[in-house]
Design a protein around this ligand. Structure first.
Ligand code: PGA
Length: 252
């Protein structure tokens, strides 16, 4: 089994187009550091086309941070898969914990978004993860099982093979608290088990990213775990050299 590492930066609501262009120039200059690792970046929607143009031909993926499940319609403030694709996006995050907590996104809605992306040819990256109280209560696996089964409920096993999963324990996001490599591996192995149940052997090829306070200093030990296939990086992705350093640490 050979899952190529994938490191993605999630800028959240940071960076104007000018700032995004400067970041892309820095990334391009250092791309050799990330040899053997797939890279992607999730700019805010206003910078998507700028980033896609600036990174054209580099092989770096450009993902939306969110997308609506309908093809079009009266949904003020939302963006469709066609709009993301036209702007140059190749994929989209779905169900980031901030979307779940602050914008009421729930598993049934995410199931619709997953298949909308697949139908449109936009690679879905489904984010899952437990809150701190759930981990303390010993319910991490119950939560992950539910988020996966509900979030992938409308996709066929063949379609599930085209999904990337990001495991982000909510208590580790933006807090400086990272899961230990053992905690990450345990959760990732559990997730792969559920994916096996849903998609059979294709689960061995599905990349499961870890997210939550990943930094150049802690990336290598997390990425060394057998079921951790890369990282979804928030804060540390805002500087291109730091994302490249994480990618370098991810290389097998
Ligand atoms: P963080 O964010 O790396 O700043 O913890 C990760 C994420 O929200 O994807």
């Amino acid at each position: 089994m050979s899952r190529r590492p994938l490191v993605a930066g999630n800028w959240k609501m940071f960076k104007t187009r000018a700032e995004a262009s400067a970041w892309c120039a820095e990334l391009r200059a250092g791309l050799a550091d990330a040899d053997g690792v797939d890279l992607a970046v999730c700019p805010p929607a206003t910078a998507l086309a700028t980033v896609a143009d600036a990174l054209a031909g580099s092989g770096v993926g450009v993902w939306g941070q969110n997308v609506h499940q309908a093809e079009s319609g009266a949904f003020t403030g939302e963006l469709s898969t066609a709009m993301l694709l036209e702007a140059g996006a190749t994929g989209s995050l779905l169900g980031h914990s901030e979307r779940r907590a602050l914008f009421n996104e729930h598993d049934d809605l995410l199931a619709e978004k997953v298949v909308a992306c697949l139908a449109a040819g936009l690679a879905p990256v489904l984010c899952i993860g437990e809150l701190e109280y759930a981990r303390d209560a010993g319910s991490t696996e119950t939560i992950l099982d539910e988020q996966l089964r509900k979030g992938l409920a409308l996709a066929t096993p063949a379609q599930i093979a085209g999904v990337t999963i990001a495991y982000e324990p909510v208590w580790a996001i933006g807090t400086g608290r990272t899961a230990t490599p053992e905690m990450a591996q345990e959760a990732h192995a559990f997730i792969r088990g559920v994916l096996h149940d849903l998609a059979g052997e294709a689960a061995d090829d599905i990349r499961i990213l870890y997210g939550g306070s990943v930094k150049p200093e802690n990336a290598a030990e997390l990425m060394a775990e057998p079921d951790v296939d890369g990282a979804l990086v928030g804060g540390a992705s805002l500087e291109a050299p730091s994302l490249l350093a994480i990618a370098a640490a991810t290389r097998p």
